[in-house]
Design a binder for this molecule. Structure first.
Ligand SMILES: NC(=O)C1=CN([C@@H]2O[C@H](COP(=O)(O)OP(=O)(O)OC[C@H]3O[C@@H](n4cnc5c(N)ncnc54)[C@H](OP(=O)(O)O)[C@@H]3O)[C@@H](O)[C@H]2O)C=CC1
Ligand SMILES: O=C(CO)COP(=O)(O)O
Ligand code: NI
Length: 404
């Protein structure tokens, strides 16, 4: 076990939210400069003799080679699968990548090792799950909170869908490797954490208005990891060991929060739906992909602005709105009016979020990421449809109030 999981497991047992909490299958979680030695010791302890390393050119260069050298020195048998990029030069968690991994992995493999960032982890998570084999996480950049979760956001026939697969059995994050990651990936990790401002507001709203499963403990876990990043923004902006460690632990904890619910309720709200919508559009236009955390980072202040400028003024006029809001919804809105107001007032200003993103060297506006105004406007009207089973204020606005 590791400090994070050791603290969390007993607290989960005390939670009386009434919802199913998924077990945390993560037996060890290391963030440190001896991560690879610890990984080898873990492989020995578990008697994993046939290891399938999954990486790609950049992540193999960043960490895969030195890890495989260590396996070689310890006479641990391994195969390497280097996932190929698409025609635009991007490695995508899609059908082609998954089939490549399945084709290049021996049937008798004992364990997969994902050496990469979010995309490599999702490809490995899904492939290993389908082969009923465990996987180990070796993050190469603190860029997303997708290392410890069980969901795999895949692009299937051009549509981004998150499929619940499995969490890793262990995480070995080498602080030396993480510190060497491109600065924009560190900023992206901060962006994926800043997104929790709006994902948590959407989750709470969804619970009140649509009975979405909700757990205050999981909410608190996510909020705590968001706060750690905001409180240590200077360290993260410096990119030194302390900042990398804080950011990585926050990302790991946010992933565990998703794992506990078996869904990404806590971590993915309307800001993520905008990001997924843009990602699919970039694929359609054959444009180079933009980092996930960069997209959700700029989407967060946009959603805050949208909720403050569109939802809130309408809120007070709902009485005059057509029948689109049924009686049950009206009653729920009325019953939770004060709490919803408090929830929206708890959000930071869009300007403050943008300032934080800039402080860590990230983009603050969509146009900085090549996301043009027409695409922004279209995504605000349509992105909620990407996750029909995920209720958000944007979903409520578009489907129940504005009827777009
Ligand atoms: N499962 C979950 O719960 C979550 C999943 N995600 C998913 O994660 C994906 C995005 O992951 P993200 O990490 O942002 O981006 P990627 O994993 O796509 O990596 C972005 C780029 O960084 C490169 N790279 C990775 N590590 C290093 C390094 N140390 N040095 C140099 N280059 C490096 C990658 O190289 P290469 O192309 O060689 O890999 C890639 O080109 C999205 O699909 C998103 O949906 C996000 C959050 C949660
Ligand atoms: O990116 C995620 C959390 O940060 C996962 O979100 P989705 O479940 O919307 O893919
Ligand atoms: Ni995310």
């Amino acid at each position: 076990m590791s400090p994070i999981t050791e603290e969390i497991v007993p607290l989960v047992k005390q939670c009386d939210c009434g919802h199913l909490h998924y077990d945390i299958p993560i037996e060890q979680m290391t963030v440190g400069c001896d991560a690879f030695e610890q990984l080898v010791a873990y492989l020995r302890h578990k008697r994993y003799e046939k290891v399938a390393v999954v990486a790609d050119d950049r992540t193999f260069a960043a960490a895969g080679k030195s890890l495989c050298d260590e396996l070689e020195n310890q006479s641990i048998r391994y195969t390497i699968c280097l996932v190929q990029p698409d025609e635009n030069g991007d490695v995508i968690a899609d059908e082609r990548s998954i089939v490549q991994v399945l084709l290049e992995t021996p049937n008798d493999v004992d364990v997969f090792v994902a050496v990469g960032a979010g995309t490599i982890h999702d490809i490995t998570r899904f492939s290993s799950h389908k082969m009923k084999v465990p996987f180990i996480s070796v993050p190469t950049a603190p860029s997303v909170d997708g290392f410890t979760s069980m969901g795999a956001p895949l692009i299937i026939r051009g549509v981004k869908k998150t499929i619940q697969a499995q969490a890793p059995v262990a995480v070995f994050a080498h602080t030396g490797v993480l510190s060497q990651a491109p600065k924009e990936m560190i900023a992206a990790g901060f962006g994926d954490m800043v997104a929790k401002y709006t994902s948590l507001v959407d989750w709470q709203f969804a619970h009140w208005m649509a009975d979405e499963p909700y757990c205050p403990f999981v909410h608190q876990l996510t909020e705590q990891s968001l706060k750690a990043c905001v409180d240590h923004i200077d360290d993260i902006a410096d990119g030194g060991e302390q900042g990398i460690r804080v950011l990585m632990n926050a990302l790991l904890q946010s992933g565990i929060a998703m794992l506990l619910m078996g869904q990404s309720y806590s971590a993915s709200g309307a800001e993520h739906h905008l990001s997924h919508y843009w990602e699919m559009e970039f694929l359609r236009r054959n444009k180079r992909q933009v980092l996930h955390g960069a997209k959700v980072g700029v989407a967060t202040p946009m959603i805050i602005e949208h909720y403050q400028r569109v939802f809130w003024p309408l809120w007070n006029k709902l009485e005059e709105r057509p029948k689109s809001i049924d009686e049950t919804a009206r009653k729920r809105l009325k019953a939770n009016a004060a709490s919803i107001q408090k929830l929206l007032e708890s959000l930071p200003s869009p300007g403050r979020v943008r300032t934080m993103l800039e402080k860590v060297g990230g983009a603050a506006l969509p146009e900085q990421l090549g996301i043009d105004l027409p695409l922004v406007e279209r995504s605000l009207r349509e992105a909620h449809r990407l996750r029909p089973n995920r209720f958000t204020i944007l979903y409520f606005l578009n489907e129940w109030v504005l009827g777009t």
